[in-house]
Design a protein around this ligand. Structure first.
Ligand SMILES: [Fe+2]
Length: 329
């Protein structure tokens, strides 16, 4: 395979075949060139932004600790994110919002992880796309607030990272499911499973009382890990669905949480990652009646890409080539 063929195949796989550091360097340059091209196009064409279109990303796991100018762990993660950013910037029209469902940081939520993630994501902000971040089990709030300073003022629940994004037909609420143990040392892992603080449930109850429109809730962890949130949803028909990351697996499922009521189902969407597992992002588009989710699959690898991916990885990617689902409003 010559260099041109190699690059073409890498781009079609979204980096799935990316393995050696030499290949990674080529792909990184390609991703940067694609972003530069998308930015130039944007200037010439004055691209429109569609408020009803949102891109959902999760588990970007950016390592900001550098060694010889490269991230110390999973150095191709930033490259994978750059490829996704280039694809988002090439969308016509541009999405108004990008939501990131946690695990922004590589492993222990270091301040340098957030600084590097902020630098990468600034390409989206510069194009006029609003980026909203959530907390995962690999994130830490104190260093997050230090870098993403606006969240200290904008959060709806003090001490947590809770955001409301107003969409044309509904509200999206990013909850904070990080169970951060007290007095964690640097590079000490915290609880992997999720929790929603009582304060967030109280705030949700008030928010629902004050607003007529339906809501979509989201957080890093799957709903079945958080009994209090599931109970809140069971009692609240205004909730149209739930979106999460964490598992790195695209999953359109149903939770039956209101067994004896008309609106008995809650649909959930599990997101792909840019790091291992299902690789890609989801495009969410709303009308007054529905919210449609379209999975844009860029491949599959576990735990890291290989030059010659196993047949089952390729098969998984093929299976997910045309995945979609919807929430009813
Ligand atoms: Fe993750």
């Amino acid at each position: 395979m010559d260099r041109k063929q190699f690059l073409t195949s890498m781009l079609s796989l979204g980096g799935a075949a990316l393995a050696s550091s030499a290949n990674a360097a080529i792909l990184d340059k390609t991703a940067e060139a694609l972003i530069a091209k998308a930015k130039t196009d944007a200037k010439h064409k004055k691209r429109k932004i569609d408020p009803a279109t949102t891109v959902l990303l999760s588990d970007i796991h950016i390592c900001g600790e550098l060694e010889n100018g490269k991230p110390k762990y999973y150095p191709y993660n930033p490259t994978c994110l750059k490829l996704r950013i280039a694809e988002i910037l090439s969308m016509r029209p541009l999405p108004a919002n990008v939501l990131v469902f946690g695990d922004v940081a590589w492993d222990y939520g270091l301040e340098e992880d957030y600084r590097y993630a902020a630098e990468l994501l600034s390409e989206l902000e510069e194009a006029g796309i609003k980026v909203t971040l959530g907390m995962g089990n690999h994130d830490r709030r104190e260093p997050f607030f230090k870098v993403f300073t606006s969240y200290s003022a904008s959060t709806k629940v003090a001490g947590r990272v809770v955001s409301v994004v107003e969409m044309p037909h509904f509200y999206f609420v990013m909850l904070d499911s990080l169970a951060e143990l007290p007095n964690l040392r640097l590079r000490q892992a915290t609880t992997v499973s999720g929790e929603i603080s009582g304060g967030q449930i109280e705030w949700l109850r008030e928010f629902v009382k004050d607003n007529k429109r339906r809501l979509v809730l989201g957080a890093h962890h799957p709903l079945n890990e958080m009994a209090n949130l599931e109970q809140f949803i069971a009692q609240t028909p205004a909730v149209a669905g739930y979106i999460y990351g964490h598992t790195h697996i695209w999953d359109k499922s149903v939770r039956v949480v209101r067994p004896r009521k008309g609106l008995h189902m809650v649909q959930t969407v599990g997101l792909p990652a840019t790091f291992y597992g299902d690789i890609g992002f989801v495009v969410m588009r709303s009308t007054p009646e529905t919210i449609k989710f379209e999975y844009s699959s860029k491949g599959f690898w576990w735990p890291q890409p290989k030059d010659n991916p196993p047949a089952e990885w390729l098969s998984r990617a093929k299976d997910l080539a045309d995945e979609h689902c919807q929430f009813l409003l």
